[in-house]
Design a binder for this molecule. Structure first.
Ligand SMILES: [Fe+2]
Ligand SMILES: [Fe+2]
Length: 300
């Protein structure tokens, strides 16, 4: 059996690729001219929708006054855009490694748009962090996820694009809400709305590609392997969700016991409900294609 994924894709996928490539060309903009960067963003305003900050809904949040919550929303937003910067860098490396390689002939044209757009997203998220936060937070520690196991190429390809899709869908949940939240200033709304517009193409593409790669993976590996892949992807989901509870953010917001707050917030059942809202669509997608046998997630 060949270890190289077959390049043949369905007509439906080909048509989608053509449509999305055309749309990427039509919607193309110059990111270096596109944004109305405010000179300064005041601290006493919401930088992130209050329902989306990591303490929302918890007993701890009720003990914080509005000024602290707004300051927290500032650093949570810098953390969110920092996670984007690091997430994009990692996904770009994987896509660049695969473009014009056997098995990826069909999406290679769209990959060029994807790579170009993601480079620009990384730029505007970094720009936001540096302009208004004077820093980019460090990436979350991958050790928490455990070592990446060595799998068959079909599994590796599936996991790379499944992770990218999950990440994009998770981020999009925030972008969609914040892009139209009137409580947020114009600069913040604009960054989120523009990213959402590009990401809707990436997500439509990702869903089709991940379904295709899932089919190739299933032909290659047995049931035990599929269950390992399910477990691995679920660990990745929990790891990603947990990266929103950053003690450095709590410290920057002036909270006295950042690690204590993190532990208390993580233990609050209200967060499981909030997290499920964020990951609802990708969880349903992985059920639909047949990889996830249930909705459970490991305890982080
Ligand atoms: Fe992006
Ligand atoms: Fe994207």
């Amino acid at each position: 059996m060949t270890t190289v994924p077959r390049p043949d894709v369905t007509d439906r996928f080909r048509e989608l690729l053509d449509r999305l490539t055309e749309k990427a060309i039509e919607d193309y903009y110059n990111p270096y001219q596109r944004f109305d960067w405010a000179d300064h963003l005041d601290e006493d305003q919401w930088w992130m929708s209050p329902e989306l900050i990591s303490v929302a809904g918890t007993a701890q949040a009720e003990r914080l006054d509005e000024a602290t919550l707004q300051r927290l929303s500032k650093w949570e937003s810098i953390n969110f855009y920092s996670l984007n910067v690091h997430g994009i860098r990692e996904l770009l490396m994987e896509v660049v490694n695969r473009i014009h390689q056997p098995g990826f002939e069909a999406p290679s044209d769209f990959f060029h748009h994807f790579i170009g757009e993601e480079n620009e997203h990384m730029w505007f998220f970094a720009e936001f962090c540096l302009r208004y936060g004077r820093k980019i937070y460090r990436p979350p520690v991958v050790a928490a996820l455990g070592p990446a196991p060595l799998y068959e190429p079909e599994v590796e390809n599936f996991l790379v694009f499944a992770r990218i899709l999950f990440f994009e869908e998770m981020v999009d949940h925030y972008n969609m809400a914040m892009g139209q939240d009137e409580r947020l200033c114009r600069t913040i709304r604009q960054v989120n709305a523009i990213h959402h517009q590009d990401e809707s193409r990436h997500i439509a593409f990702g869903r089709e590609l991940v379904s295709h790669l899932y089919g190739l993976m299933r032909e290659r590996v047995d049931e035990d392997r599929l269950r390992e892949v399910e477990a691995y992807l679920k660990r990745y989901i929990v790891f990603s969700v947990n990266s929103f509870y950053n003690p450095e953010v709590y410290r920057d917001a002036g909270i006295a016991d950042p690690l204590g707050l993190r532990a208390a917030v993580l233990a609050d059942p209200a967060r499981r409900v909030a997290e499920r809202r964020v990951i609802r669509k990708p969880m349903a997608f992985f059920r639909k294609i047949g990889l996830f046998t249930d909705d459970t997630l490991p305890v982080g």
